[in-house]
Design a protein. Structure first.
Length: 69
């Protein structure tokens, strides 16, 4: 999945891949009232605890700059 932050509406939209970001999002995570915490489960993982009680676990890839360091 590919994620794009929309600060105007307070949501994190997700798409199948980066090429799809010009289309309608596959879904959105509400961030208003949410808390974000780092996870110890895996490298580059964090958790979004939404205001409605849902928990989203997200994990990213290290940037190419971090890999080269």
């Amino acid at each position: 999945r590919y994620f794009v932050l929309d600060p105007d509406v307070g949501q994190l939209h997700y798409y199948v891949n980066e090429q799809g970001k010009g289309q309608k999002p596959r879904g959105s995570l509400p961030l208003v009232g949410a808390s974000v915490t780092q996870s110890d489960e895996a490298p580059h993982m964090f958790m979004v605890h939404s205001a409605n009680g849902e928990l989203y676990k997200l994990r990213g890839k290290p940037s190419s700059r971090a890999q080269a360091a």
